[in-house]
Design a protein around this ligand. Sequence first.
Ligand code: RB5
Length: 155
Amino acid sequence: MTAIAIGADHAGFTLKESVKSWLLAQGHTVLDVGTSSTDSVDYPDYAALVGEAVSGGAAERGVLMCGTGIGMAIAANKIPGVRAAVCGDVASARICREHNDANVLALGARATEREQALQIIAAWLATAFAGGRHARRVEKVMGLEQRDVSRVAAG
Ligand code: RB5
């Protein structure tokens, strides 16, 4: 069983509650960072909490939900150590584990029905990183966190 941090903004709150119940029923440990209602909030705040939980080791994986999943993924990927992927189908969920070792899954609650979301999460949790040539590529991705962005100076 897996320790999983979950978070959502107002658009993802209802899906988060379903996901939380399902994960607990599957025997996982859940760290719910909020939000706790459909009152409007800012998705980066929850992406940061889940990203920090995963990167810092408080959770093994993270699941984030907002309207599209996109804002959550963009924000979570700013946290060092996070590899967040937006998935709207089971095949993408498997591939982002096998090839990208995605440790955070972002779901779009306005685009993905509850049952589909649960199938995506189940596939994502059940799929291992394939390693091999993909490990070299993931290492390169993580190396981008140290990138010197001043090397291509304007002018
Ligand atoms: C909130 O309206 C919406 O912008 C948010 O849930 C998410 O879709 C952002 O990426």
